[in-house]
Write a protein of this length. Structure first.
Length: 146
């Protein structure tokens, strides 16, 4: 795992550069925001009670037409200090979910996934629940099968 003192903020779309992350020192590793956002998205959506990432449907439709950032990228704000990543996540939960429990599980799962896949610890995760969605019959059946 890379030493955190080798992590620094670089260009606006990159989260971190790890100087010589491998023992062989064959080069630098650049981790872009999009890669971290994908890790966060998959981890958060794997938590029971999380419906989707938040976004304005009108804005999202326009953004997709002009090939702007994906919904989850606009619903995830990342900040890098010299030692860790902090983030704000905007989510929708399923109706009936216990929001403090869901938030706690999202923080745990996302923190571990980011650390495991990037080697960068997560310092802080702010969860903003923007609304609630009804669980569809298909989603209910999938939950019962697990």
């Amino acid at each position: 795992m890379a030493e955190m003192n080798n992590v620094k903020k670089v260009a606006t779309e990159a989260v971190a550069v790890m100087a010589n992350p491998s023992p062989a020192g064959a080069g630098d590793l650049i981790i872009h925001e999009g890669a971290v956002a994908t890790i966060i998205k998959r981890a958060a959506l794997s938590v029971k009670g999380v419906s989707r990432f938040a976004g304005s449907s009108f804005v999202d439709n326009i953004a997709e037409i002009v090939r702007s950032k994906k919904i989850q990228d606009r619903s995830i704000a990342l900040r890098l200090s010299s030692t860790a990543i902090s983030m704000d996540l905007s989510l929708y939960a399923f109706w009936g979910a216990t929001l403090p429990q869901v938030a706690s599980e999202v923080k745990s799962v996302v923190s571990q996934a980011v650390l495991d896949m990037t080697g960068i610890p997560v310092d802080k995760i702010n969860i903003n629940f923007r609304g609630m969605d009804e669980e569809t019959a298909q989603e209910t059946e999938q939950g019962e099968q697990e």
